[in-house]
Design a binder for this molecule. Structure first.
Ligand SMILES: CC(C)(COP(=O)(O)OP(=O)(O)OC[C@H]1O[C@@H](n2cnc3c(N)ncnc32)[C@H](O)[C@@H]1OP(=O)(O)O)[C@@H](O)C(=O)NCCC(=O)NCCS
Length: 166
């Protein structure tokens, strides 16, 4: 008996309105939020910046990953000079279905968004990532992102849970 191994073709393409329920499921199950996002939140994200919203879909059309970002506008000139940048992009959210991870999909999604930013003459890209999302941190480092700040916390109360949460 032969085992047939077929590499599933994955396609990175702009997100469409009808992808949003699947994107929302991926987002709610896999990305870190301070509050659980609703479908309306995901739709709001999409409608604010549809051009910087991409999905990864398999041969059957199923959405197995997504990424979204936007251009950060209104940054004062002095700050841009300090950052040695003219236009700044932001990677907002990204997730890949757990069953499809470590196949390079996250890398392809991120590179697609970065390439789009580059075409728009965005020359600096920022992102924030929760410290517990080590897979994402490793991916970003591999693509060339470096740490520019630590986002720290300390609770001013006693008792259980003082070290957990946000
Ligand atoms: C982060 C995430 C999108 C990565 O997607 P992915 O498709 O698995 O990523 P890739 O296959 O392109 O991985 C690229 C590289 O990142 C690093 N990496 C990815 N997952 C990793 C893990 N679990 N542990 C260590 N390194 C990891 C590796 O260097 C990997 O290269 P390699 O497989 O050749 O070693 C996915 O893990 C995910 O959805 N995580 C939950 C949501 C999240 O954290 N989103 C980002 C913050 S909103």
């Amino acid at each position: 008996m032969h085992t047939l191994s077929v590499a599933m073709a994955l396609h990175i393409r702009p997100c469409r309105q009808d992808d949003l329920p699947a994107v929302h499921r991926l987002s709610a199950e896999n990305t870190s939020f301070d509050a659980t996002p609703t479908l309306a939140d995901t739709e709001g994200l999409y409608h604010r910046n549809p051009e910087y919203f991409y999905v990864a879909s398999d041969e059957s059309g199923e959405v197995v990953g997504f990424i979204t970002g936007y251009e950060r506008k209104g940054i004062p000139e002095e700050v841009l000079r300090t950052w040695k940048a003219t236009r700044v992009g932001y990677v907002d959210l990204m997730a890949v279905d757990p069953a499809h991870r470590r196949k390079g999909i996250g890398t392809r999604l991120l590179n697609t968004l970065l390439e789009h930013f580059r075409r728009e003459r965005i020359d600096l890209v920022l992102l924030d990532v929760p410290v517990e999302q080590m897979a994402a941190v490793k991916l970003y480092e591999k693509i060339g992102f470096s740490v520019r700040a630590f986002h720290m916390k300390k609770y001013l109360r006693n008792g259980a849970g003082a070290g957990s949460g946000i």
